[in-house]
Design a protein around this ligand. Structure first.
Ligand SMILES: Cc1cc2nc3c(=O)[nH]c(=O)nc-3n(C[C@H](O)[C@H](O)[C@H](O)COP(=O)(O)OP(=O)(O)OC[C@H]3O[C@@H](n4cnc5c(N)ncnc54)[C@H](O)[C@@H]3O)c2cc1C
Length: 346
């Protein structure tokens, strides 16, 4: 009997890393995308995504995230491409809760220390914050990840990439994928990983979130503050976060206040610029008026309507959907890849 064949719909981080994992496990795998592979319109195709292990209230979650962190480093080795910037992540945390948070990190074996806000003079944390520093955390150069995975798959005999094929529907019971133009493709298993557009193909309860991000250039005389600067969370009113510039990427700032629920990624009538009014840059950055806003972008991700997080649902005998990738769906993609290979078997 030949190797089992997995069909993956969507060539974002979920689809591509699942395909890599399948090929490594000896499964045949075909990845379909409606555009080029990788597709610049995929949610995953951005400059950076944050990778951290520390979950201040949860030892078990911190432990599993630390394992996941190592998986990403192993992927760098596998692809022979560097895509991780180990710049650290700093988080403003209520000073009286910092001790308990440190205890969580210690119990999980993840290095975390406390710093004074003054050590980051370019950032503004909420009053009374201690700053928790996770030095091993950092930033994944997301588009590099997708290109590296694509190159690796192109060279692998068990993998097939099929760009420019729009999937019209998925018959979850039959494990059949219907293509624009009338063709149908089948495998021993199907994964639908069409990001926030998955709701057009499968019936999984999700909510689509739209987030506006603001991209800025620091003034030249403050560039030194950003050289190797960490990513930062719980800034300003405690809801803002930023990803630092570096290696060709720009400083990106957003906030939970710039995230809203919408019917679908294609909803009309959004006014991204209006949403930036919800971001008080003066509470996030020192000297904010000297920075130049160079872009305002809008991006979507879907969450599970029941939990608000990510989910992998079995929707047919051999059909799975990662319709809800969640707000941390980039860094958790290797977990989905593992589960698919485990469930499909070899
Ligand atoms: C502002 C913002 C910040 C974020 N920050 C982080 C972060 O710091 N860390 C983190 O881990 N995560 C973060 N995320 C979440 C993360 O980016 C997503 O969860 C993840 O990229 C989703 O990847 P995916 O592969 O599931 O979907 P996508 O990357 O969206 O890929 C889906 C693919 O499916 C294809 N497709 C769709 N419909 C069809 C069809 N009908 N036929 C064929 N192909 C189709 C699309 O073309 C696309 O290529 C953030 C999200 C946003 C919006």
């Amino acid at each position: 009997m030949g190797a089992k064949h997995v069909i993956v719909v969507g060539a974002g981080v979920t689809g591509l890393l699942t395909a890599v994992r399948c090929a490594l496990a000896g499964l045949r795998v075909t990845v379909l995308d409606r555009g080029p592979i990788p597709n610049p319109t995929a949610t995953s195709h951005v400059e950076q995504r944050v990778l951290r292990a520390f979950d201040p209230g949860d030892v078990a979650a911190t432990r599993s995230a630390a394992v996941l962190h190592r998986r990403w480093l192993a992927l760098e080795e596998l692809f022979g491409t560097r895509f991780y910037r180990r710049v650290g992540v700093v988080t403003g945390w209520p000073a009286d809760a910092a001790g308990a948070a440190l205890e969580t990190a210690r119990a999980a074996g993840v290095p975390v220390s406390v710093a004074e806000p003054e050590e980051y003079p370019h950032l503004r944390f909420p009053a009374g914050s201690a700053v928790l520093v996770e030095p091993d955390a950092g930033v994944l150069l997301a588009d590099r990840v997708l290109h590296a995975a694509t190159r690796w798959l192109r060279a692998h005999p068990l993998a097939e990439l099929r760009p420019d094929l729009v999937v019209r529907s998925v018959d979850a019971a039959a494990g059949a994928v219907r293509l624009d133009g009338g063709g149908t493709t089948r495998g021993d298993a199907v994964l639908v990983a069409a990001g926030p557009w998955s709701g057009e193909l499968v019936d999984v309860p999700t909510k689509v979130h739209r987030q506006t991000t603001v991209h800025l250039d620091p003034p030249a005389d403050l560039a030194h503050r950003w050289a190797g600067a960490p990513s930062a969370g719980r800034l300003g009113d405690g809801r803002a976060w930023l990803v630092p510039p570096g290696e060709g990427t720009r400083l990106k700032i957003s906030s939970a206040a710039l995230c809203r629920e919408v019917g679908a990624p294609a909803d009309e009538g959004d006014d991204a610029a209006r949403w930036t009014d919800h971001l008080d840059l003066s509470s996030v950055l020192a000297d904010h008026e000297r920075y130049t806003v160079v872009a305002v972008r809008t991006c979507h991700y879907a969450v599970d309507a029941r939990t608000g997080g990510g989910a992998l649902d079995r929707i047919g005998p051999a059909t799975w959907a990662r319709a809800a990738s969640g707000g941390d769906g980039f860094r958790t993609a290797p977990v989905v890849a593992d589960r698919i290979v485990e469930e499909v078997g070899t």
